[in-house]
Design a protein around this ligand. Structure first.
Ligand code: RP5
Length: 162
């Protein structure tokens, strides 16, 4: 079985409908991943263990989604050198602007590659993870090129009234 190189983590079960979009893209591209609930606030020890062991377990990219006071991506970036892609989950109270600001404004030294709010951001996180792995995986690079070409080809040149 192929080694798992992508970890998808999220603060809560309630984040999964969003983070599933990242998983769906990785499924389409044939990239194995693991998905775990790891909360910065509710399961801090789990966060610490995940970050402490991530590199040794062979993870090459971590996609971290959280909403509200979204400390998970930044805390994970502080604990591991494995690149962290942050997904701000859309919230009901503040529409995800709270999540975005919590994730994007990292201090110098501990970057989080922050995506757009919500489902599009999660899907793009999957694509970004695949693009990172594709730099050293020619077969994946071909699949990603084909995926991008298919998307491009699906866009009509003229608008329709239907
Ligand atoms: C964060 O709090 C999670 O990432 C989630 O987006 C948000 C709400 O969590 P639940 O109350 O739905 O479990 O930790």
């Amino acid at each position: 079985m192929a080694e798992i190189e992508v970890g998808i983590i999220m603060g809560s079960q309630s984040d999964w409908p969003t983070m599933r979009e990242a998983a769906a893209i990785l499924d389409e591209l044939g990239v194995p991943y693991e998905a775990r609930i790891v909360s910065a606030h509710r399961t801090p020890d789990r966060l610490w263990d995940y970050g402490r062991t991530a590199a040794d377990r062979g993870l090459k990219v971590i996609i971290a989604g959280a909403g509200g006071a979204a400390h998970l991506p930044g805390m994970m970036a502080s604990k591991t050198r494995v690149p962290v892609i942050g997904v701000p989950v859309q919230t009901r109270a503040l529409s995800g602007v709270d999540s975005l600001y919590s994730i994007v404004q990292m201090p110098k030294g501990y970057p989080v590659a922050t995506m757009a709010i919500g489902a599009a951001g999660a899907a793009n996180a999957g694509l970004m993870a695949a693009a990172i792995l594709a730099t050293s995986d020619p077969a994946l690079a071909q699949r990603l090129d084909a995926w991008r070409a298919a998307l491009s080809a699906s866009i009509p040149e003229t608008p329709s009234d239907d």
